[in-house]
Ligand binder design. Structure first.
Ligand SMILES: NC(=O)c1ccc[n+]([C@@H]2O[C@H](COP(=O)([O-])OP(=O)(O)OC[C@H]3O[C@@H](n4cnc5c(N)ncnc54)[C@H](OP(=O)(O)O)[C@@H]3O)[C@@H](O)[C@H]2O)c1
Length: 240
């Protein structure tokens, strides 16, 4: 395994949830960590968790000029991880306009594409990119067709990039349900029910924790033989 000592690790979407846990795990493994997301407030909270050695940058990955500005301010990047996603909600196709569907798709797939595109000049040839999909790509759920489609596109994009950008390694993490602020706007009772239902069905009998996903990211970015892979951490949800 390669080490993260003296490596620059950029987490786009790293101010909370899985991204923040990835930043913490990379930092614990010796990396210089850079965290980017939209809200100054969340970036300040992330700084308090990570300490002053971690540097934070504002970026909206759905805005290409914002992404360009981010990379103007960054040094070379060894490992790029993209966890950013805008908050979405379950909505059937019949109730979702084309414009809204495109916006949700953009806030996952095109955001990741834009970050990868502008990271390329700064990316080390022995480095890596880690993208995030989600288990809706293989285990659909009613109302989530756009997110499922974006997740499927991310997985195809990751495989294509692994070939096109070689020897840069590119992998995709496919989480199942993970306890993160992504669900903070749900009514508490509905959230509790969703987690209980998931935990009663999946073989692992639990939902994921951000640090469990972060452990897999550190594995993916430090393993020199791993590229073009989709790593599933869903408690076995895809099997039942
Ligand atoms: N949690 C789950 O159950 C689950 C399940 C399957 C897949 N996943 C995938 O795992 C990844 C991480 O999810 P999570 O639950 O950790 O999400 P989260 O807790 O909602 O965190 C999302 C992060 O992305 C940032 N972000 C949102 N929109 C952005 C934008 N336009 N530009 C830049 N940054 C932006 C947010 O900060 P700002 O708001 O400040 O920008 C925040 O730091 C996502 O790709 C998600 O689809 C999660």
């Amino acid at each position: 395994m390669s080490s993260l000592k003296h490596k620059n690790v950029l987490v786009v979407g790293g101010s909370e949830g899985i991204g923040l846990a990835v930043a913490q795990a990379a930092q614990a493994a010796g990396a210089q960590v850079y965290v980017a997301s939209r809200s100054e407030h969340k970036l300040t909270k992330a700084s308090a968790v990570l300490g002053s050695s971690a540097l934070t940058f504002p970026v909206d990955f759905t805005d290409e000029s914002s992404v360009q500005r981010l990379f103007q301010h960054l040094p070379a990047v060894d490992h790029l991880i993209i966890t950013a996603i805008a908050k979405t909600e379950a909505r059937r196709v019949a109730d979702l306009s084309v414009a809204e569907a495109q916006m949700w798709f953009a806030a996952k797939f095109w955001g990741a594409y834009t970050v990868v595109r502008h990271a390329l000049p700064k990316l080390a040839t022995d480095g890596s990119i880690t993208l995030f999909s989600g288990n809706f790509s293989v285990r659909p759920s009613q109302g989530w067709s756009v997110l499922a489609s974006a997740n499927g596109a991310i997985e195809s994009f990751g495989r294509s990039l692994a070939v096109e950008l070689a020897p840069v390694r590119v992998n995709v993490i496919r989480p199942g349900l993970v306890q993160t602020p992504a669900y903070s706007e749900m009514p508490a009772e509905a959230r509790r029910e969703m987690f209980q239902q998931y935990e009663s069905v999946v073989p692992a009998r639990k939902a994921g924790l951000p640090e469990e996903i972060a452990q897999a990211v550190v594995f993916a970015i430090t393993n020199p033989y791993m590229t073009g892979s989709v790593l599933t951490l869903d408690g076995g949800a895809r099997l039942v």
